[in-house]
Write a protein that binds this ligand. Structure first.
Ligand code: ZN
Ligand code: ZN
Length: 322
C-alpha cells in the first residue's frame, strides 16, 4: 500500500509529490480517504523550517474525508482530524478530557505525515464525525482554526460577554462567528478599514481600526501573528478581563505589570482543544451555520495554495480538495 502526498524535503523548498508506505493500521486506528484539507499558518511555519527540522514534511491538519477502515466508524462515514492525532490515553490530562496537554500527544503533521495526501491513519479518539449540516470545504478549517478560537471563548466568555477579536483572517473570521453564536457582544479589531463589511457579516457588532476603548471588554483573542500593543489592549479589559494569545508571534509579549495587578487582569494562551471540545464546537457550528470562508484549490496545487497562505492572500482560508 502506498499513500500519495505532497512533501517538503527540507526548509523553504517547494512541495513536491511524495509517496510513502503508511505505518500499519493499529487496533484503534482509522484509515481515512482525504477529500479536503485546510491550510493553516502552522503549516507555513513548519514548511519554512521556523519550528525546527521535521523533514521530510507532509503538512496538513484540517482534514475531512471518508472512513476506509477502522472499527469505531462505518465505512464511508464522513469524519475530520485536526492538529492532534494521538495521546497516551492514561495520564491525568487524558483522564480529565484535556488530551491536548498530554506529554505524549502526537501531532498530525509533525513526526507523522499529514493531510496534504490522499489517505491518513490516525487514532479513532482523534477522529470526529462531521455533522451533515456542514459542507466539507467550509468545515475543514474548523478542525484547527475553529477549535483554536472556540476553546478560549468557551472557557472565558458566555452570553453577554464583551469579546474583542484582533485580526480578521483565518482564525479571526471564525472567532467572530463563534463569539456571536455564544451570545457575546463582539468587537473586531483590524489594522485596515477594508475588512469592516466582512467583519460585520461574520458577526461583529463593532469594528475598530485604532485604539481600543478603555475598560470595554471581558475577553480579547489575539489571532494576529504579531505581539500587539499590550498596554492598549490590557487597558481595554474590564476588571478580571482576559487577554488570550492565539497567533504564534515570534517576539515576546511586553506586558505592563501595573495593568495586570490593577483590575486583576490575566494574560494567557490557548492551543487547539480536546476531543470533547471539538465535538461541542462542531455541534455549535452545525446549529448556527458557522462556515469558514474558503478558497478551494486542487490537492495537486498544494504548493501554490500554501504560498497564498504564506503571503496572507487567502480570503480567509485555503482548502485543498482531492
Ligand atoms: Zn493549525
Ligand atoms: Zn496522556
Amino acid at each position: 500500500m502506498t499513500f500519495h502526498a505532497h512533501a517538503a524535503k527540507q526548509a523553504k523548498v517547494h512541495l513536491k509529490p511524495f509517496d510513502y508506505e503508511p505505518k500499519p493500521l493499529r487496533q484503534h486506528d482509522v484509515e481515512i480517504a482525504i477529500t479536503h484539507c485546510g491550510i493553516c499558518h502552522s503549516d507555513v511555519h513548519l514548511v519554512d523550517g521556523e519550528w525546527g527540522d521535521h523533514f521530510p514534511l507532509v503538512p496538513g491538519h484540517e482534514i475531512i474525508g471518508t472512513v476506509v477502515a477502522g472499527k469505531a466508524f462505518a465505512p464511508g462515514e464522513r469524519v475530520g482530524v485536526g492538529w492532534q492525532r494521538d495521546s497516551c490515553g492514561e495520564c491525568e490530562y487524558c483522564r480529565a478530557s484535556e488530551e491536548v496537554l498530554c506529554a505524549k500527544n502526537e501531532a498530525t503533521c509533525v513526526g507523522n505525515f499529514g493531510g496534504f495526501a490522499d489517505r491518513i491513519r490516525v487514532n479513532e479518539r482523534f477522529t470526529f464525525r462531521i455533522p451533515k449540516e456542514l459542507p466539507s470545504e467550509t468545515a475543514a478549517p474548523l478542525l484547527c482554526a475553529g477549535i483554536t478560537v472556540y476553546t478560549p471563548l468557551a472557557a472565558y466568555a458566555g452570553k453577554g460577554s464583551r469579546v474583542g477579536i484582533i485580526g480578521i483572517g483565518g482564525l479571526g473570521h471564525l472567532g467572530l462567528q463563534f463569539a456571536k453564536a455564544l451570545g457575546c457582544e463582539v468587537t473586531a479589531f483590524s489594522r485596515t478599514a477594508d475588512k469592516q463589511a466582512a467583519a460585520r457579516r461574520f458577526g461583529a457588532d463593532h469594528f475598530v481600526t485604532g485604539e481600543p476603548e478603555r475598560g470595554s471588554l471581558d475577553l480579547i483573542l489575539n489571532t494576529a501573528h504579531v505581539a500587539s500593543d499590550m498596554a492598549a489592549y490590557l487597558g481595554a479589559l474590564r476588571p478580571k478581563g482576559v487577554f488570550c494569545q492565539l497567533g504564534a508571534a515570534p517576539e515576546p509579549l511586553s506586558v505592563p505589570a501595573t495593568l495586570l495587578i490593577g483590575g486583576s487582569r490575566s494574560v494567557t494562551g490557548s492551543e487547539i482543544g480536546s476531543p470533547a471540545a471539538i465535538r461541542a464546537m462542531l455541534d455549535l457550528a452545525a446549529r448556527h451555520g458557522i462556515a469558514a470562508k474558503t478558497e478551494v484549490m486542487p490537492m495537486a496545487k498544494a504548493d501554490a495554495a500554501l504560498d497564498r497562505t504564506r503571503r496572507n492572500q487567502a480570503r480567509y482560508r485555503m482548502v485543498l480538495a482531492n
